[in-house]
Write a protein that binds this ligand. Structure first.
Ligand SMILES: [Cu+2]
Length: 312
């Protein structure tokens, strides 16, 4: 991964929508802070002057003025919030990169559609987008309600089973932005993260081209043994590796597993050691996730890892 990872925060906006949201946040913070300070100021003044008599008339005038100011301020904030809601709803662009995101317990399926099915790209837990271009995310869920939230880019959006909604984002500078499931979806909800990799147009096209290729073929005996192990075991029932017989749709597509930075929705760095641990018993690492443990000899595991590592 080339770009640096930035802190996951709504206060560090990296796109137009997030900028609107953070501006609203600052406006509300300042307005409420000023109101708070004023109220405390009046309270202190009232305590200090309590012995002096005040005419009923001036008291009534003060109350009316305070109620008036409250109404004006609340209306102001309401207008700002409705305006922000409208502004973030769309980028008003006529063309955009369209990407489908499907939430699963507890990982993200990412699909780049294409009229030509052979050019369609399916990946998981990593979303690549070109910098400076509007992107439409069509989001839905296969099981329960999840919520897509990349705070540096946009607000939250629920992923609802059987229902697709669109969310516009645009990343203005290259970096890796962390997104997180923001709607409690089960035991491993907290381990359901997604990296949004914003890169230059050229890098993005190169990445997309690489993802379009079918999986790498084994080049030696150990890699071939690893692939046999994968095809012989239940892995094929749940995972797809394009260009092979593995067509499972229960778990993440593994065609280009080795190109991803992390494993299991941001839970582990993608290294050989972590991959081995995950395959042997992912329940130790992410208890309650939907992949069963796999008992195998160390020989079989090593060749399986050697094979999975060529899936760049
Ligand atoms: Cu979730």
């Amino acid at each position: 991964m080339t770009a640096s990872t930035v802190l996951q925060s709504i206060l560090d906006p990296a796109g137009p929508q997030a900028a609107y949201i953070s501006r609203l946040w600052w406006l509300m913070l300042w307005v409420t802070t000023i109101v708070f300070v004023l109220v405390l100021g009046f309270l202190a003044a009232a305590l200090l002057r309590r012995r002096r008599a005040t005419s009923e008339q001036s008291l009534a005038r003060a109350v009316v003025a305070a109620v008036g100011a409250t109404v004006v301020i609340l209306f102001g904030l309401l207008i700002a919030s409705v305006w922000t809601g409208r502004a973030v709803a769309s980028l008003g662009a006529t063309s955009a990169v369209t990407i489908e995101i499907v939430g699963h317990q507890f990982w993200w399926e990412v699909q780049f559609d294409d009229a030509d099915p052979s050019r369609r790209v399916t990946t998981a837990n990593e979303l690549h987008v070109p910098v400076g271009r509007p992107v439409v995310l069509k989001v839905t869920s296969r099981d329960v309600i999840h919520s897509f939230w990349a705070p540096n880019l946009h607000g939250k959006r629920d992923l609802i089973p059987g229902y697709t909604t669109a969310i516009w984002i645009q990343a203005d500078r290259p970096a890796v932005y962390r997104a997180q499931c923001a709607e409690f979806c089960g035991k491993q909800h907290a381990h359901m993260a997604l990296d949004v990799v914003a890169e230059t147009e050229a890098q993005f096209e190169r990445w997309l081209d690489a993802q379009r290729k079918p999986a790498a073929e084994p080049a030696n005996e150990s890699e071939a043994r690893g692939r046999d192990a994968f095809m012989r075991r239940q892995c094929v029932l749940c995972h797809s590796i394009r260009g092979t017989l593995a067509r499972g749709l229960v778990g993440p597509d593994l065609t280009h597993l080795a190109s991803r930075g992390k494993l299991a929705a941001g839970t582990l760095p993608n290294t050989r050691g972590h991959l081995g641990g995950w395959i042997m018993n992912s329940q130790e690492i992410k208890p309650g996730n939907l992949m069963p443990p796999n008992l195998m000899t160390s020989d079989e595991l090593q060749s399986l890892l050697t094979y999975l590592e060529i899936l760049k």
